[in-house]
Design a protein around this ligand. Sequence first.
Ligand SMILES: [Zn+2]
Length: 147
Amino acid sequence: MGKNIRVRVNNLVRRCGTANPFQIAQTLRIPVRYAPLPPNIRGFLTKPVRRKIIVLNENLDEREQYIVVAHELGHALMHCGTGYAFHADTANYCRSANEYEANLFALYLLSHSYDIDERLLQAVPRNRELFTYQEAHQLLCRCVEPD
Ligand SMILES: [Zn+2]
């Protein structure tokens, strides 16, 4: 595949002039909406007509919102081929290639705003089978944990 997600993220941050996921979404004209979703769904990306929309569970705390928006941006920018209509992110175990890429995208993006240890970034398993959604979420939460 040859996607260098880290380079993509760096280019995006330079292009948008910010690493804030909400501001990037705004710059890319991807609206972020809040909805009363079931507790197990943190957010999703949808594309009802032409325009993509990120929908967030309104009960997420601020830190989680950053993580989910960063993750959904990854989907929006990397996984919008034909036939793409709906994507729901649950707290459940998930090991698809797209989830892995979206989590890496979120990690690299958030590393611009939060002081994430380089060793932590290096430690992200290269084998996506070993980097589950739950692990990614735990890692991301740890990364953006205020000291
Ligand atoms: Zn996802």
